[in-house]
Design a protein around this ligand. Structure first.
Ligand code: ISJ
Length: 439
């Protein structure tokens, strides 16, 4: 495994040889994950897993996305790719996770695995990626021809049991931060800010992450279930997707709890769709995504009215964006353009980011940052890392959830909303579900 220097792109002479072949693989992806270092991108059973690691590009600081995009462009341009499948995700790919904030201590990372197993549109493939240095050309050719040994699917295991407690922002502190933010909004300092809190637990030494990921995928099949460098979660929010010149995104902002029965559930969705508070909060998130994507698109359409998106734990207001790429940007170039949207930062962006740094008092790490994958042509799929946790090598699990705060936000309601948003990740770690008020 080669690790690039935290600030450096791969050496100029780094070359990759990549070979993708179709396989008759129908087995589910998750049982083949490496439980210690899972690499996963999946929705509705389709997507890819990565095994091993050929190299990584690590960056940090305000230009972390731009430098990752440049490093990747250079690596991909020099790669020798033989892709016999030609589906999104076949050929050369890297899995990525980007820190939320410019000043974060967390690194941003693109990981290139040795082997990718992918499934899409009922087809399956295996990709093998090798690092060629100046001296390994011949052995590389021999390796590429050797059959790939895939790991046997592992039997299902119980989820690990993790007990969570409050991190640096306990519930009372969260409510006062929300009240403080509402005061600042009323003073006209900004329109919206997204405030999060953190909970922390400890994974036992022998517990891997495969069972937690299996539970996320079983319970939240319509979300992007991901694992990249210890960041795992199930996000419903597509930051940006690029596929052969088409661009799409799903903006979420505005949340309501699910109802106790079908009638109250429908009433909750209807109330959310009509709520001036949630619609205003949502409009700011859509505006920020459209304004930042528009310069890169030849056309960009938004669904005319926000719709209600049902998830097992809550309702969201959602808007889908679809367009055509206008300037040859890669998916990471678009990530650079749109991150952080008002769905996870606020409006105006810079003032909101300063308020987050002041009021939250912890480093978000990669929470609310972009997570996804990119291929050799720059196509890729990126979600916002939500409903997630970062698991450190020592087993510390830090999970995060936040809410958009606007002038009529009520601190206790926002706290209850964070509990709903924690549910996927705490249940994936075997902790009892937080109990939000049910209408
Ligand atoms: C910030 C989070 O979620 C974001 C905030 C939302 C809201 O405030 O209504 C809804 C969806 C996400 O864009 C989170 O899940 O932590």
């Amino acid at each position: 495994m080669t690790r690039t220097d935290a600030a450096a792109p791969p050496a100029a002479d780094t070359r990759l040889r990549v070979r993708t072949v179709p396989v008759d693989e129908t087995a589910p992806l998750v049982p083949r994950l490496d439980p210690r270092h899972p690499l996963l991108w999946m929705r509705r059973g389709e997507g890819m897993i990565g095994l091993g690691e050929v190299l990584r590009i690590e960056t940090a600081g305000p230009d972390r996305v731009a430098r990752a995009a440049d490093g990747w462009r250079r690596l991909a341009a020099a790669a020798d790719v033989d892709d016999r499948v030609g589906l999104p995700g076949s050929g050369l790919v890297a899995f990525g996770a980007i820190a939320f904030a410019d000043e974060s201590a967390a690194t941003s990372v693109l990981v290139v695995p040795e082997i990718v197993i992918g499934r899409r549109d009922g087809r399956a493939w295996v990709t093998r990626i090798e690092l060629l240095d100046a001296t390994s050309g011949a052995s590389g050719a021999a390796l590429a021809a050797a059959p790939v040994e895939l790991p046997e699917p592992a039997p299902k295991r119980d989820v690990p049991r993790v007990r969570f407690s409050s991190g640096t922002m306990p519930p009372e502190a969260y409510m006062s931060a929300v009240a403080d933010a509402v005061g600042r909004i009323d003073d006209g300092r900004f329109e919206k800010v997204v405030l999060a809190r953190e909970i922390v637990g400890q994974l036992q030494e022998d517990a891997g992450l495969r069972a937690a990921l299996a539970k996320l995928a079983d319970d939240y099949p319509d979300t992007w279930v991901f694992a990249v460098d210890g960041l795992i979660g199930a996000s419903p929010e597509t930051l940006v997707r690029v596929d052969h010149g088409t661009v799409s995104a799903r903006v979420l902002a505005g949340t309501a709890s699910r109802g106790r029965d079908a009638t109250s559930d429908r009433a909750q969705a209807a109330r959310l769709a009509d709520s001036p508070k949630d619609r205003a909060e949502h409009a700011l998130a859509v505006e920020s995504a459209v304004a930042t994507l528009a310069p890169h698109t030849a056309r960009l359409d938004a669904s005319p009215e926000p719709f209600t998106l049902q998830l097992p734990n809550l309702w969201h207001l959602a808007t889908d964006l679809k367009g055509t790429l206008g300037d040859g940007s890669s998916s990471l170039d678009l990530v650079e353009a749109v991150h952080p949207t008002a769905a996870v930062a606020g409006t105006p962006r810079e003032v909101a980011l300063r308020a987050i740094a002041e009021l939250e008092g912890f480093d978000r790490g990669r929470y609310a940052g972009p997570v996804g994958w990119i291929d050799a042509d720059g196509d890729g799929e990126w979600a916002i890392a939500l409903r997630c946790a970062q698991v450190s090598p020592d087993g510390t699990v830090r999970a995060y959830a936040g809410c958009g705060i606007v002038h009529d936000s009520v601190p206790a309601d926002e706290l209850a909303e964070t509990d709903m948003k924690f549910r996927p990740i705490v249940e994936a770690f075997g902790a009892p579900p937080p109990s939000p008020p049910i209408p």
